[in-house]
Ligand binder design. Structure first.
Ligand SMILES: Cc1cc2nc3c(=O)[nH]c(=O)nc-3n(C[C@H](O)[C@H](O)[C@H](O)COP(=O)(O)O)c2cc1C
Length: 186
């Protein structure tokens, strides 16, 4: 019988092959073409009312922008993110016109889809991605100073994986996805 902890053979290899490495190859570069395609993939994500509430700060090792990001990594992510060929800070526009009253209910949802597009495009380019929240949000927000209404949500390390998928990855079963919202508390 199929191991429920292995991706089903039926899903697309780009999805089945994706994992978040904890080691990147520092010699694997993300060139301008790849960087452009990652943005292009994000651009074509769906969003509520076609609001496209996403934005990205991108930096590669050797670029001055990269030095602005490194001090804000948490010790846990710094261990592997520094070796990635590209660091992406993801932002969403949660509030309009600098007022907390006008709020886009779907801004984070839409950003997540754009990042998922980016992750699959990276995979198609032979690049791995590791999304993470292990950074100093307040410090990074001060550093990058996004416009009012915009908030930093996550970061993504993109590059050549220097390891394969880990043993013992865990996923809930497909059946669980359909029953969990109605099941008694676990
Ligand atoms: C929003 C978000 C935040 C995450 N934060 C971290 C993090 O701070 N540190 C980390 O090592 N991984 C982080 N991850 C990666 C997840 O741990 C990882 O995707 C999950 O364990 C499943 O593993 P896989 O991506 O290899 O399938 C994050 C992922 C997402 C989507």
């Amino acid at each position: 019988m199929r191991d429920p902890q292995e991706p089903s053979g039926g899903i697309h290899p780009l999805l089945a092959g994706r994992f978040s490495p904890h080691r990147f190859d520092p010699s694997a570069v993300v060139d301008d073409r790849a960087l452009g395609l990652l943005l292009e993939a994000a651009r074509w994500a769906p969003s509520a009312g076609n609001s496209q509430p996403w934005g990205f700060f991108m930096a590669r090792p050797g670029e001055p922008e990269h030095d602005r990001l490194l001090p804000h990594l948490a010790p846990s992510s710094a261990r592997w993110a520094v070796d990635a060929g590209l660091l992406v800070v993801t932002l969403t526009r949660r509030h309009f016109d600098d007022t907390p009253l006008l709020y886009s209910e779907f801004a984070d949802y839409d950003l997540g889809q754009a990042v998922a597009h980016m992750a699959v495009q990276a995979q198609a380019l032979g690049l791995a991605t590791h999304q993470f929240r292990a950074f100093d949000l307040e410090g990074l927000t001060k550093e990058l100073g996004p416009n009012p209404g915009w908030v930093i949500v996550s970061m993504v390390a993109v590059g050549g994986a220097a390891e394969g998928p880990p043993e013992g990855r865990h996923r809930r079963t497909a059946a669980h996805l359909r029953s969990a919202p109605w099941s008694p508390a676990e």
